[in-house]
Unconditional design. Sequence first.
Length: 272
Amino acid sequence: MADINSDGQKEIIIADNTNIYVFDVAGNELWRFRTYDEGTSYWLYCMATGSLNDEGGRAVIAGFDPGLWVLNSDGEVLWTYLRPLPEEEKTEENRRQKYDRLLPYSLATADLDGDGYDEIVAVTGKGYLCCWKGDGELLWQVEPPKRSGEMMNRSWGRARLVRCEDINDDGVPEIISAISGLAVHDASGSELWGVASKGHVIDIATGDVNGDGLPEIVIASEEVEVFSNTGEKIFGYTDVGRMERVALGDVDGDGIDEIIAGGAGVYLMKMS
C-alpha cells in the first residue's frame, strides 16, 4: 500500500502474472495494466513504489520474469527494462542460465544521489545488485561476491532481499542485500562490508536494539542474528529455531527497540 496519487490516502497495489491492479481503500479499481499479451504470463517476484520524477505521485515498479515495468500513478508506462529472448532461446533452461542475472527478486527505492528523486535498486536470481535512475538509465551492476564462511560459497551470491537504509548516519542510504549472508554497499555500488550468516536470510530489519545510538541490522534465518552497522556480529538467538519474519519496535517504552521474530512461534527479544 502507498499513496501513489498524492490524495492523502493509500492505494492498494497488487499484481498477478499478467496484470498490475490499483484499488482505493474502499476496494474500487482505479486502474489496471496488462504487462503481456493475451496467452502469455510470467512470474511476478516483487513490487515497490518510488518518487522518480517531478510529475508528482509515486511510480509503481514491478519485477517480472523477464524484467521491470515502471508505471506512473495513472498506470501509464514510464519505461521498461526487459530482456529480449531470441526464439531459439525461449526455453526454460536457457532463460534460467542466460537471463537470471537480471531477473529481479527484490526491489527497493531511495534517493541515493541526493537529487530529490528515488533510484531503483534490485537484487536478482543470480545475486547481481543493479541500480537504475528514475528515467530508466542503468547506473551500475555489481556481480555477486565470492565468500567463504559458515554457509560457504554454494548459496552466497543468490541474494533475494534488498533494503535501503542509512545505517552509518551520513545522510545517504546504504544498500543492504542478503540471502545466505549480509552485504552492504554504498550508493555507487561499492561494497562496504559483507559477512556470512547461519543460513538463508529470510527477512531484514534495522534499528537501535542495544541503546548505543546507532542502527543495528537484524536478520531472520536459521537463528535471529544481530550485526553492527560495520558488520560485527553482536549476538545470535540460537534457541528459537528458523525464523521467517523479523521486526523492531520499542515495546516497553524504554527508548530502545525490541526484536519481534516469527517462525513456528512468535518471540519477543530484548538485548541486555
